[in-house]
Design a protein around this ligand. Structure first.
Ligand code: TRP
Length: 444
């Protein structure tokens, strides 16, 4: 074992840091617009199924590789699979860089909206100004601010930076989001929101396209497919009960997404803004909700502040985990000191966010490339790796969890189910994504 490798100071420290990674913009921003786009509860059900059958096995696979190897992704794959697997590790790191570059831009919007609520409140014209808020020098400025804080925390180290931040901020987020859900239930007209969110339109569920969206979302939301959970697993001691921690992380992630829907949909419907969700895209949360808050008067300002503050918190603990993948790779690979690695990697990623800060079109394509190509492709590679290549994944998973009897089923899922579903989904997603990239270059 690499002596001197940092370790989580407690079991709950690891779990909260991993939940912090999982819970983020994906749960609130992405989850609600995808649900609105793809048939409400029917999509939610499909998403839950994919999470259970496809994503959770990959989550366990990542932490098993991380804990077993005690290495950052590239070395961890080489440790169990030989040098031939190193390129997959490089793709993981590239995925982290790509995701964080645009994730920081969206996080910057949330900081700005929280600031607006705090310092002036929302005005009713806000929806029309979204394109200006989301693109340009200001958007970059907030991205820069957000990335600065992220870099500072990662530079602080695994326990003093990442773990401590999650221990403080995650409980705050849970309290705010559940409080908002209770508040939303008291609004006149909330019922229409629940009806939309919780009633299923099964005619939409049966397409390959919706399966693709649900799979991409399951991976994004659980931070899978690029070695993020692997890296967090590498700071664990041998005695951890991995299946239990994995279940806890997945349940918390899905739970927060579900409760966030109980906030978003009643709010939107209570204020009669539902026509705006239908045509929703990347901007949905940032267009409709501030408008709702503006119409609610002074209360809206307080509710809006809490809502966007919880988004900032979620985004921060997620961004930390993305940066940590790159930083731990640089520490292990180049022997850099942590602070130097955090600053260098963070600065490069911030700069890569420039195109996304200036164009919503670029941001949207980066999101598609990251999810559809990197994460789903990464999930496919990981399932083949642990299902077929790794010598004794069950033996490794059993450490600290000797009583668990379903590991063979886990490996069978990784062997026969996960790769098939992901190959199927990639068959749909790859051409679509490539043509989106192409469209960006030739201009719509
Ligand atoms: N899961 C986070 C969210 O839902 C985002 C995130 C953090 C992520 N680390 C990741 C997504 C790694 C994909 C891969 O907002």
């Amino acid at each position: 074992m690499a002596s001197g490798r940092e370790q989580w100071s407690s079991r709950s420290g690891f779990v909260l840091a991993a939940v912090g990674s999982a819970v983020g913009l994906g749960n609130m921003w992405r989850f609600s617009y995808l649900t609105a786009e793809n048939g409400g509860a029917a999509f939610v059900i499909l998403y839950l199924l994919v999470t259970l059958i496809v994503a959770v096995p990959v989550l366990l696979a990542e932490v098993v590789i991380g804990r077993g190897s005690q290495q950052s992704p590239i070395r961890a794959l080489a440790h169990y699979g030989g040098r031939a697997w190193r390129p997959v590790g490089f793709v993981f790191v590239a995925a982290g860089v790509t995701i964080l570059a645009y994730y920081g831009v969206i996080a910057g919007w949330t900081v700005r909206y929280a600031g607006m609520a705090l310092f002036g409140g929302f005005d009713s014209g806000i929806a029309d100004r979204f394109d200006d808020i989301a693109q340009g020098a200001d958007a970059f400025g907030f991205h820069l601010l957000f990335m600065g804080v992220t870099i500072g925390i990662v530079a602080g180290g695994v326990t003093k930076g990442i773990e401590r931040t999650a221990m403080v901020l995650m409980p705050v987020l849970f309290v705010i989001v559940s409080g908002l859900a209770v508040y939303a239930a008291t609004l006149d007209g909330a019922a229409a929101g629940y009806a939309y969110y919780l009633s299923a339109d099964f005619s939409q569920i049966l397409s390959l396209e919706v399966l693709t969206e649900a799979s991409g979302q399951a991976f994004f939301s659980l931070s899978l497919g690029m070695g993020c959970m692997l890296t967090f697993g590498s700071y664990l001691g041998r005695d951890t009960h991995l299946p239990r921690e994995t279940a806890l992380i997945a349940a918390a992630d899905v739970g927060v997404a579900f409760v966030a829907g109980l906030v978003v949909f009643p709010l939107i419907f209570a204020l009669g803004l539902s026509d705006k969700v239908g045509g929703s895209t990347v901007g949905a949360l940032f267009i409709t909700l501030p408008q709702a808050f503006a119409e609610m008067g002074p209360i809206g300002r307080g509710v809006g502040l809490l809502f966007f503050a919880s988004l900032v918190v979620g985004a921060l603990t997620s961004a930390i985990s993305l940066l940590e993948v790159v930083v731990s790779t640089a520490i292990d690979g180049f022997g850099w000191e942590r602070r130097r690695a955090a600053l260098t990697a963070g600065a490069a990623i911030t700069a890569l966010g420039i195109p996304a800060a200036w164009s919503l079109g670029v941001l949207d394509v980066m999101d598609q490339v990251a999810n559809n190509l990197f994460l789903l492709g990464g999930g496919l590679a990981l399932s083949i790796f642990v299902g077929w290549r790794m010598e004794d994944p069950i033996g490794e998973a059993k450490v600290g969890a000797a009583g668990v009897t379903w590991f063979p089923m886990w490996r069978n899922l990784l062997r026969y189910v996960v790769p098939v579903v992901l190959a199927f989904v990639l068959y749909d997603a790859v051409p679509k994504t490539l043509s989106a990239v192409w469209g960006l270059f030739v201009g719509e």
